[in-house]
Design a protein around this ligand. Structure first.
Ligand SMILES: NC(=O)c1ccc[n+]([C@@H]2O[C@H](COP(=O)([O-])OP(=O)(O)OC[C@H]3O[C@@H](n4cnc5c(N)ncnc54)[C@H](O)[C@@H]3O)[C@@H](O)[C@H]2O)c1
Ligand SMILES: O=P(O)(O)OC[C@@H](O)[C@@H](O)[C@H](O)[C@H](O)CO
Length: 379
């Protein structure tokens, strides 16, 4: 039987990767450095996923798995040695620690299971990270034999995640997920994943990922920032507020306009990539998760500032996106450490310095002035 190891047993790890590989009959293992997550999985012996499809809601119970913490016995070792697929469902900043932890087992795999092919698929929303992840792997593999193994038997691949998956916390054993669009996985892979539902090979992944992060995650974070400022805690409340909906739609249309002016794609391509068909039922999704880490989300090439710069480069003024970025600077949710860092910077150094610093923009750019003006209207 095939083996998948899921690194990061939080929302996406359990609710997406765990669910689809279990459904396809694979052996499931989880690795997480948060002991609470692993205790919950092991003490309960199962977890539940409510899968919202276009035509039905599946209530899945997943019980056949092994779950490993970062323990002193290195109990995840065999799961790393025998995996056909390792799915990395963690945030970008967590990759160095995870890869360093797995290094010893990779070296043992070279000795004990050299010939078996391994696909490592990375499920983040940050683009262009694969070369830096490859360096992290190679840091763990110093001999010529180990590096040859990595070149010949490992495919390290990026993905484009088109699925919202949420729960009360990363350790919750009740997860909900929308299953309406596939995970696009950079080709080629070394294992045949054609029997795993919701996985689809993808060429040109870097371009497609930029377009997806702009078109899907730009309006998504716009909703989160706008909803928070209205006092909501969920996306569900936000999309019932007409003022928020108007801004989300405006941002969506501006993102499309910027992309259509900059890239050689048409509207039908963008719709196919980014429009989620309606799913059955209502999936609760929290603003805390969607806005999580506004430092990443407001950064120069990410979902808002990235496309705002593209719009301006193409002589198109992105009024709604600018307002959304300003809302991001007003996002002062104490549960989010990155939001607090931004707030401290605003308090100590002023809004203009914060915009320049976190959006990665030049001080005299028209975008900085416009964001500052909108921010001052909110505060
Ligand atoms: N949840 C979604 O809908 C969704 C959608 C698209 C992309 N993503 C991406 O998926 C990734 C995970 O998101 P999530 O919502 O599942 O977050 P999460 O916080 O629910 O889960 C992440 C898990 O990774 C664990 N972790 C952190 N560092 C680790 C390490 N060094 N080794 C092993 N485990 C570690 C955490 O303890 C946590 O349980 C992020 O990059 C996110 O951007 C999530
Ligand atoms: O995962 P992040 O933090 O980059 O962004 C939060 C959400 O916008 C994101 O997880 C979406 O739900 C997902 O990308 C939809 O496919």
């Amino acid at each position: 039987m095939n083996n998948v190891l899921i690194v990061g047993a939080g929302r996406l790890g359990k609710g997406f990767m765990g669910e689809i590989f279990d459904n396809a009959g694979w052996n499931l293992s989880f690795l997480d450095n948060d002991d609470t997550v692993i205790k919950e999985l092991n003490n309960n012996g199962y977890y539940k996923v409510t899968v919202h499809r276009e035509d039905r809601i599946d209530n899945r119970i997943i019980s056949k798995y092994k779950a490993y913490s970062y323990d002193k016995d290195y109990s995840c070792e065999m799961a790393i040695i025998n995996a056909n697929v390792i799915a990395m469902t963690i945030y970008p900043e967590d990759f160095p620690e995870a890869i360093a932890y797995m290094g010893a087992a990779f070296r043992k795999r070279v000795e004990e299971n050299y010939a078996q092919n391994l696909d490592v698929i990375c499920l983040t929303n940050k683009n262009y990270l694969i070369p830096s992840f490859e360096k992290l792997f190679l840091n763990e593999l110093s001999t010529e034999k180990e590096r040859k193994w990595f070149r010949e038997h490992v495919a390290l691949r990026d993905t484009i995640v088109r699925r919202a998956t949420d729960s009360e916390s990363n350790s919750s054993i009740n997860v909900r997920s929308t299953a309406v669009l596939s995970l696009l996985v950079q080709s080629p892979l070394l294992n045949d994943l054609s029997s795993v539902e919701w996985i689809e090979p993808c060429d040109n992944v870097e371009l497609m990922k930029d377009l997806k992060v702009f078109t899907v995650n730009g309006p998504h974070v716009t909703a989160a920032f706008a909803g928070y400022l209205k006092g909501y805690t969920t996306l569900n409340e936000t999309v019932r507020d007409q003022e928020c909906v108007d801004l989300i739609n405006q941002v969506h249309d501006e993102i499309y306009e910027g992309i259509l002016r900059e890239y050689r794609v048409n509207k039908a391509d963008l719709d196919k990539l980014s429009i989620f068909p309606a799913a059955k039922g209502e999936l609760e999704d929290h603003i805390l998760r969607i806005a999580w880490d506004p430092i990443r989300k407001l950064s120069r090439n990410d979902r808002l500032t990235g496309i705002a710069c593209i719009c301006l480069k193409n002589d198109f003024y992105p009024k709604g996106i600018i307002k959304s970025i300003a809302n991001g600077f007003a996002y002062d949710n104490e549960q989010d450490p990155a939001a607090m860092e931004i707030q401290n910077c605003i308090k100590n150094e002023g809004i203009k310095t914060a915009i320049v610093k976190y959006c990665g923009l030049k001080e005299n750019s028209i975008l900085v002035e416009a964001i500052e003006n909108d921010y001052n209207k909110i505060k």
